[in-house]
Design a protein around this ligand. Sequence first.
Ligand code: HEM
Length: 164
Amino acid sequence: MHKLSDNAPAGHPDDGALPRRGLADQPGLAPEQIARLVDRFYAEIRRHPRLGPIFERRLAGQWDSHLARMTQFWESILLQTGTFKGRPVPVHLALADIRPDDYPEWLAVFRPVAREVFGPEAAGAVIERAERIATTLQAFTFLEPTDVRPGDGRSCPDAGASHA
Ligand code: HEM
């Protein structure tokens, strides 16, 4: 499996999916920029030759509500607004057309957009959050059922838990 970042989290696989603390005190990070991140990122990903069609197959005709939902997601992750009530793990598990290598590709689109939208310090923190969540989603999406045995410390009772 691809390594998504050099500082990917070790330990409990849900580490990256749950916000530990918001970044509201981070200079250069405000709701207006989160809205811009979402707009810019999806404009790019929709043009991506491999990932664009995966999104389009699922979201054709529903883009506005997806973008509103993703704005709530990033506000909840970065500013701890608590407005996002979703279950990203089962949602991505249900996308049968995702391959393991798609997560590094997703990050390759995300990083330059985050750098463009946020100041250098805030961009680093935002990208780290995205890398952690991508690592978690990738791990859950491609876990074999036999990889998790009760009591071996690798099963996750929070699988599919809300981010907020
Ligand atoms: C392989 C890369 C990815 C693909 C192809 C992908 C695709 C999608 C699609 C098609 C949906 C809409 C599903 C639906 O409404 O039924 C979705 C939802 C979502 N995605 Fe991704 N995604 C990817 C990676 C990521 C990453 C890395 C993150 C976070 C950093 C993320 C966060 C979310 C969230 C929060 C939702 C909404 C979940 C919910 O409604 O509960 N995705 N994704």
